[in-house]
Write a protein that binds this ligand. Structure first.
Ligand code: NAI
Ligand code: 2PC
Length: 312
């Protein structure tokens, strides 16, 4: 008989997962992933089941990290919601298994993990690629990812100015009212991104909203949305002129409309920069195209369980 799995809700997961612990673990696992040693890490590209009638999809994201003893899968749904809907667009559950015997050891909320690990990975990209002395941060979107990105970016870096744009201005104001620090609400994407050093795109857009002609030379774009092969957030000009980094080459080729449809060349994986195989071209305009990886959920879930176990 094995013990029943630990059940952790969103509040517990949020409480047990700090950016301080998460960032070094993500750096380490992404560096290892990019070495493609299958005796260390196995992570297939996400399996996606489209739910066309309801503008959604289900993604299944397994990962096995042999040295860390982590066997994990996340199940995540993403639904394009009407503006102002009270339902979250991204919902997820993470399962941790005992890799030796195969039973489930923990079942936990995956929304907080998805929000925090995605923002933490974007912050790692900014640390490597944003211009030295970056002063202006711009966030496009005002949902869950926009919020986690605001939290980690303002925590890890010191910006002089933070700007936000959202499709409906009142949503941007609602976003800002929830925060402690000063944030300028902009009425157009162009206004928001002009002169910005770092731009986060975290929207549910399926057509380009960010155009290369508006982006300052040398800026860094962390592109988080547009995770289907026919969805875009960035236009062809930006994709072709920037140095493009991705989380996983296989994932980017299978899932990123910004890469597939623009014909942009991928320069390197974030992990390849972390492990020293490719340079960070900080002086150039850079795009980090994030799609999300099972290994990121796996190390996050392990951290949550370690913290929870240390308290019980
Ligand atoms: N790269 C990754 O690892 C992850 C990516 N995502 C993606 O990030 C994006 C944001 O996710 P959440 O913050 O969870 O969603 P959310 O629903 O909480 O926020 C979405 C934001 O995008 C805006 N938006 C929706 N459609 C738009 C359009 N056509 N044009 C401009 N703005 C639009 C909404 O007004 C809202 O501000 C989604 O595309 C999602 O698939 C989500 C989780 C992980
Ligand atoms: O990595 C992830 O969990 C997701 N990426 C896009 C939607 C959800």
């Amino acid at each position: 008989m094995t013990d029943s799995p630990v059940l952790l809700n969103k509040h517990e997961v949020e409480r047990c997962l700090s950016y301080e612990d998460l960032i070094p673990r993500l750096e380490s696992v992404m560096g290892k992933f990019s070495k493609r040693d299958s005796s260390e890490i196995i992570q297939p590209v996400r399996s996606v089941v489209p739910i066309a009638q309801h503008n959604g999809f289900l993604g299944v994201m397994p990962a096995y990290l042999a040295a860390e003893g982590i066997l994990c899968t996340k199940m995540v749904t993403f639904y394009q919601r009407a503006e102002g809907s009270s339902l979250p667009s991204t919902q997820a559950t993470v399962l941790l298994f005992d890799p030796e015997h195969g039973h489930v050891t923990a079942i936990m909320d995956g929304e907080a993990i998805t929000a925090k690990r995605t923002a933490a990975v974007s912050a790692i990209s900014a640390k490597l690629f944003m211009p030295a002395l970056s002063k202006v941060l711009c966030i496009l979107g005002s949902g869950q990812q926009a919020r986690s990105h605001y939290d980690v970016f303002t925590n890890v870096f010191k910006f002089k100015e933070v700007r936000v744009w959202s499709r409906r201005r009142e949503m941007a104001h609602r976003f800002v009212n929830d925060l402690q620090g000063p944030v300028r609400v902009c009425s157009s994407v162009k206004e928001a991104v002009t002169g910005a050093d770092v731009i986060v795109t975290a929207t549910g857009a399926s057509e380009p909203i960010l155009f290369g002609e508006w982006v300052k030379s040398g800026a860094h774009v962390a592109a988080v949305g547009a995770c289907r092969p026919d969805w875009r957030e960035l236009d062809d000009v930006l994709m072709r002129e920037a140095v493009v980094y991705v989380d996983s080459r296989e994932g980017a080729t299978a899932e990123s409309g910004d890469i597939v449809l623009s014909g942009a060349q991928v320069f390197a994986e974030l992990g390849e920069v972390i492990n020293g195989s490719f340079p960070a071209q900080r002086e150039k305009t850079t795009v980090f195209k994030s799609l999300g990886m099972g290994i990121q959920d796996a190390v996050s879930a392990k951290l949550v369980l370690e913290k929870w176990n240390s308290e019980h």
